[in-house]
Design a protein around this ligand. Structure first.
Ligand code: URA
Length: 220
């Protein structure tokens, strides 16, 4: 897959991604069709986001002969951290592709006036036995102001997880959100399917797709 990469910031660039983003953007798309399109894109996002995981070589007996093969290193810990609620849409695919991962939910909602996150749930305090060898995927379909993303990354960095071992994975990103994360965390990786234009006065991504949580969970 051809991707656009600017220092730790990757935008997927593929006709199937664009095709499915058009489905997601349309206000006429049902919640069911929305979730299907999002799942299709999620696989591509995860393959890109997880390409940084370290591997080791093992020996495998094929029916023909012994082979050497790379596998994900066994002594690492992989954390998948969906930001509730919209980030949940990526969780089951994360568990399908990374069956050894631990899922840590980050509960935040947005104060509609200040656009600052308000935490209500954090399941991951004090859990890391080996932060140096821990790899984190933070999941949020919409990287808008970057305020909740900033808090989510901080939550892991302050526990000793290396910035370069954290990937922020989003479906659509706004330039100001990307800038906020990149300025705060120089080595953080960001993987997104689409870079949009800006935010409106209410903090929604333009042109975006509206409220991702409402569209995923059919609560419009
Ligand atoms: N969250 C959403 O669901 N949509 C946006 O456009 C911005 C934040």
């Amino acid at each position: 897959m051809e991707t656009i990469i600017k220092s730790n910031f990757t935008v997927l660039n593929h006709p199937l991604i664009k095709h499915n983003i058009a489905i997601l953007r349309s206000k006429d798309t049902s919640s069911e069709a929305f979730n299907m399109a999002l799942k299709r894109i999620s696989y591509a996002l995860f393959f890109e986001a997880s390409k940084y995981l370290p591997t080791e070589t093992i020996k495998v007996e094929t029916p023909i002969q012994e082979a050497e093969n790379e596998v994900i290193k066994k002594d690492i810990e992989v954390i998948v951290a969906p930001i509730l609620r919209a980030g949940l849409v990526f969780s089951d695919i994360a568990q399908t592709l990374l069956p050894f991962c631990h899922v840590h939910h980050l509960g935040m909602y947005r104060n509609e006036e200040t656009l600052e996150p308000i935490w209500y749930y954090n399941k991951m305090k004090g859990k890391f036995k080996n932060p140096e060898n821990t790899y984190v995927f933070i999941l949020d379909p919409m990287l808008a102001t970057g305020n909740s993303g900033y808090d989510a990354v901080h939550n892991f960095v302050k526990q000793g997880i290396k910035e370069e071992n954290i990937v922020f994975m989003s479906l659509i990103s706004a330039p100001c959100g990307v800038k906020k994360l990149q300025e705060a965390y120089k080595n953080l990786k960001i993987v997104t399917a689409q870079l949009d234009i800006c935010l409106n006065a209410k903090g929604y991504i333009v042109p975006g797709l509206g409220d991702a949580g409402d569209r995923i969970f059919n609560t419009l």
